[in-house]
Design a protein around this ligand. Structure first.
Ligand code: PLP
Length: 486
């Protein structure tokens, strides 16, 4: 008999220990949750780093309660809580409860989705969700895809497939070009780097006034490529840009992509939730013309990270990701596998979260949340029109508001510095969290609204705080200290 204590392993012999640990964890979590009143406490990086550095990982505490108490100090107490209505910073959503129940199961059972012999039914549940999503996109029976860790990985895989097709057609790597709007996600450039094309291979197409890819500029970029002896192997159309929620003109882009024989990837990492939004699903019209699509369920399907998928119109195009390993999925095996469609090998059953979400809530309710947050964004925007000393960069298209406090008499540099100072002050007060971005080089603040429980008053309250804090900072002459003064 082993002397080693084995009660920490998930096993029927330890079912009571397991249940007790989960109950204790749950008690810690719900009491923490009940105490949350602000999106963040405003802890500074040095403070957070020092608390963590003090932990000696070679000296275990022995029991879960002690470790969870420690966790509270290290993380939970000062964590950023996305469910608080005054959290309006990045593309993070409050998460739905059925998905959290799924997390409990998928971690404990620990199925790995690479092969049937590690997952059995899970393989088909993932496939069915891929099929369900493909159907919503409007793809036909040949569609396929795979869950991934996130939109960046999904975009990388899509561009890998595009590059493979370019290679099949005999295009030299050095001649390959990827076209994307100036507002496309940076993972496009990063993917080009990883794929050995270099970020210079990405041609940035100008956006129109509403930040959508300009089709005329797009065609000019295509013909320019050919005139220089380059080959446009891929086009990335964004359905919901990260900053403005802008949806590129998908049909027009698809027509041109086909004419010039370029792979069309639609990055719907943000806009993907529109697939289930009854009142706005039409905004994605044309997405069915894509060769591949990115959907981030962990953005607009209210799923916990990670949950994303690559969906392709023709499953055969996934082949470049296929590899047969004797130990895993030998060529002669007749078992279904998912590893041949994925960049990963061992892979979480993240699909279970979306599965339970659909089985418990159904797609219409998820879609109603999407419609609600966009309604909210539009209502807040309308309310803010004409507010003195507030500059709105563009009308909202999905659920972001890009704006800034712009009191009269400040230079551009001062206005930028003021808004960064406002953001920092809101964080350290912990009252509200907003993000920041630049619009054509000018500093703005960004509010991303993905909380269906937030009200108009909540969000108008954030904007009111922005203006109040800005006014106070100006009054104290704090702007000089931030280096933004003339
Ligand atoms: C968020 C986002 C991504 C990246 O997705 P991750 O899941 O964060 O890796 C890609 N494209 C767009 C348009 C996004 O908004």
């Amino acid at each position: 008999m082993s002397e080693t204590p084995l009660q920490h392993l998930f096993h029927p012999a330890n079912a009571d220990d397991y249940a007790a640990a989960i109950r204790s964890g749950l008690a810690h979590l719900t009491s923490e949750l009940a105490a949350v009143t602000r999106p963040v406490t405003g802890a500074a990086p040095a403070q957070a780093a020092a608390a963590v550095a003090a932990v000696d990982l070679d000296q275990p505490l022995g029991d879960a309660d002690a470790a969870l108490d420690e966790l509270r100090r290290l993380w939970l107490r000062d964590a950023v809580w996305f469910h608080v209505p005054t959290y309006a910073a990045h593309l993070n959503c409050p998460v739905v409860i059925p998905a959290l129940v799924a997390e409990l199961f998928l971690s404990a059972v620990n199925s790995s989705l690479d092969t049937f012999d590690q997952s059995v039914g899970a393989t088909f549940m993932e496939r069915q969700l891929i099929g369900w999503t493909a159907n919503r996109i409007g793809f036909g029976a040949r569609a396929d895809g795979v869950f991934t860790s996130g939109g960046s990985q999904t975009n990388l895989q899509a561009l890998f497939l595009a590059r493979s097709r370019g290679q099949e057609r005999g295009v030299a790597l050095g001649a390959m070009r990827i076209l994307a709007s100036q507002d496309a996600h940076f993972s496009v450039q990063k993917s080009a780097r990883i794929l050995g094309l270099g970020e210079e291979a990405v041609i940035s197409v100008p956006s129109d006034r509403r930040r959508r890819m300009d089709p005329t500029a797009f065609e000019r970029a295509l013909t320019g490529c050919l005139a220089r002896g380059e080959r446009p192997i891929a086009v990335v159309a964004t359905a919901g840009t990260t900053d403005f929620g802008a949806i590129d003109p998908l049909r027009q882009i698809a027509d041109l992509a086909r004419t010039y024989d370029a792979w069309l990837h639609v990055d719907a990492a943000y806009g993907g939730g529109l697939l289930v939004a009854r009142r706005r699903a039409h905004l994605l019209a044309g997405i069915e013309l894509a060769d591949s699509v990115t959907i981030d369920y962990h953005k607009t399907f209210f799923q916990p990270v990670s949950s994303s998928a690559l969906i392709v119109r023709d499953g055969a195009t996934l082949a470049p990701a296929t590899w047969h390993a004797d130990y895993l999925n030998p060529v002669e095996s007749t078992n279904p596998d998912q590893v041949g469609k994925s960049l990963q090998t061992t892979r979480r059953f993240d699909a279970l979260k979306l599965w339970l979400t659909l089985r418990v809530m159904g797609p219409d309710l998820v879609g109603a949340y999407v419609d609600d947050v966009i309604d909210l964004t539009e209502a807040v925007h309308d309310e803010l029109l004409g507010v003195e000393d507030l500059e709105i960069a563009a009308p909202p298209q999905l659920s972001t508001l890009v704006l800034r406090h712009a009191p009269a008499g400040l230079t551009e540099a001062e206005t930028g510095a003021l808004n960064l100072a406002i953001r920092a002050e809101l964080y350290s007060r912990g009252e509200a969290m907003v993000a920041a971005t630049k619009v054509d080089g000018r500093q703005f603040l960004k509010l991303t609204l993905l909380n269906p429980m937030a009200t108009r008053e909540d969000i108008l309250g954030i904007v009111e705080r922005i203006r109040k804090v800005g006014t106070a900072l100006l009054g104290h002459g704090a702007l000089v200290a931030t280096g933004g003064a003339r």
